[in-house]
Design a protein around this ligand. Structure first.
Ligand SMILES: Nc1ncnc2c1ncn2[C@@H]1O[C@H](COP(=O)(O)OP(=O)(O)OP(=O)(O)O)[C@@H](O)[C@H]1O
Ligand SMILES: [Mg+2]
Length: 418
């Protein structure tokens, strides 16, 4: 029997609270896992930024990455480490870089999901480029905004094709709004998307590997109240469908950690925003759901590191497209996509691994989230975001919500892993 250490790296930016909790709980788990012929312990450290030789070795088995979508050096280090050093990263950086929100709409339409009618407009303005004028003069067709507005039907939303945290999103109620928003959009490429209004539910479904958390979401509330705390507000069928949609999206794009926004209207789920790989993980927005995130993150990363899970470097969309082109009903197709998702995420093997090796996580987490370390992590995060006179009040608010989680859910543990 060989002794082996599995190394997990955290590639972080301004993150404060979740790494403290992730590292603290990992430490307390004191893992010593029998994996095949090996006895494996797990080490975690924060990845630093420095010059690197492409051929220099990488010590990590898994990197949890928060920087690929905006920080070039880390993104390129990660890409070389996957190709040259067999690193496992969540999320697939090539997919993250190239599959914008716009592509995610197109792909899920191809699979038959009820993405609302979506258009793209040529931009209102351009940066100067050598061949621009001749290209536009030759090929750019004049178009009538009013006509497009009428074809979609009001209201609809105008939003940047790559997403970006609510920036540049406007609700368009009439032709006047449309002209105004387009005139202000500058060089930004914009999608227009039919509004799903009114709707019965607005839900965020956060996925970590094959684990999903369904959260009632109120986009109109202040940031600290957007994630609502109630659980079990959907029927079992609607929950299952949402999880199948999550499995489909995340396995299709190679996103281990992603969040999907869907709206339920007349009994049908309409996904409207689901290219959010590596979503907000802060206690100040997740509060009640924060312990779930830490536990799910620990489970998935430990599983990937200890079992030496192989990174899927290419997307391989054909199996999905084949199902889309079959003569099954849409409900059957969704089940078949989700089955690919479960296969790619190794759901059964993962659950078995957790039952066998992480049985003590629930109890440790219950104590941890009631400890001074948790309270201090909240305080640090709140201090970095809120004005001085609100720090105590908001620290207390988020602390109380986490204690609510302990009482309502924490003491029972997660049923999927028992
Ligand atoms: N088709 C739609 N129907 C109803 N509401 C919508 C629709 N599209 C957008 N919205 C509203 O606008 C908000 C912002 O839009 P969206 O979530 O697509 O962009 P975003 O959050 O900026 O993007 P990202 O999360 O990718 O950064 C949504 O949370 C929702 O409240
Ligand atoms: Mg959104």
């Amino acid at each position: 029997m060989a002794k082996r250490t599995a190394h997990i790296g955290l590639s972080l930016g301004a993150d404060i609270c979740w790494p403290i909790c992730y590292e603290g709980l990992l430490d307390q788990l004191a893992l010593d896992i029998k994996q095949g012929r090996d006895q494996v312990d797990v080490n975690c450290e924060r990845v630093t930024i420095e010059p690197f030789n492409l051929e220099q070795p990488v010590k990590y088995d898994v990197v949890i990455d928060r920087l690929t979508h905006w920080y070039g050096v880390s993104r390129e280090w990660i890409k070389k480490a996957i190709v040259l050093n067999d690193l496992y990263v969540y999320n697939n950086p090539w997919s993250l870089q190239s599959n914008e929100k716009h592509t995610s709409y197109a792909a899920m339409l191809r699979l038959g999901l009820s993405v609302p009618e979506t258009w793209m407009l040529p931009p209102k303005a351009y940066e100067n480029q050598d061949d621009l004028e001749v290209t536009l003069q030759k090929y750019a067709r004049m178009f009538s905004l009013d006509e497009i507005g009428d074809r979609i039907g009001y209201p609809f939303f105008m939003k940047p094709y790559h997403g970006g945290g609510w920036k540049g999103v406007s609700k368009i109620d009439n032709a006047g709004d449309l002209h105004k928003a387009y005139n202000e959009s500058g060089t930004e490429l914009m999608n227009l998307q039919k509004a799903v209004l009114p709707h019965e539910h607005f839900v965020r479904c956060v996925g970590l590997g094959p684990q999903f958390r369904i959260v009632n979401y109120d986009p109109g509330a202040p940031l600290h109240d957007r994630y609502r705390m109630e659980q079990g507000f959907l029927s079992a069928e609607h929950e299952e469908e949402l999880i199948d949609i999550g499995l489909t999206i995340n396995s299709f794009f190679g996103w281990d950690f992603n969040s999907a926004e869907s709206l339920l209207q007349d009994g049908t789920w309409h996904p409207i925003d689901f290219a959010n790989a590596c979503p907000d993980s802060q206690v100040t927005s997740l509060h009640y759901h924060f312990p779930w995130l830490i536990k799910a993150n620990l489970r998935w990363s430990i599983f990937c590191a200890v079992t030496d899970r192989k990174m899927r470097k290419n997307m391989d969309w054909d199996p999905f497209i084949k199902i889309a082109d079959s003569d099954r009903s849409q409900a059957e197709k969704l089940k078949a996509y989700a089955a690919i998702g479960n296969k790619r995420f190794e759901t059964e093997k993962f659950r078995e691994f957790c039952r066998k090796n992480l049985g003590h996580l629930d109890e440790l987490a219950y104590d941890f989230f009631g400890s001074d370390i948790m309270r201090d992590a909240i305080h640090q995060k709140v201090s970095s975001l809120f004005p001085a006179h609100e720090i105590d009040e908001f620290t207390e608010l988020f602390w109380t919500r986490i204690q609510d989680w302990r009482e309502r859910e924490g003491q029972h543990g997660d049923k999927d892993f028992q």
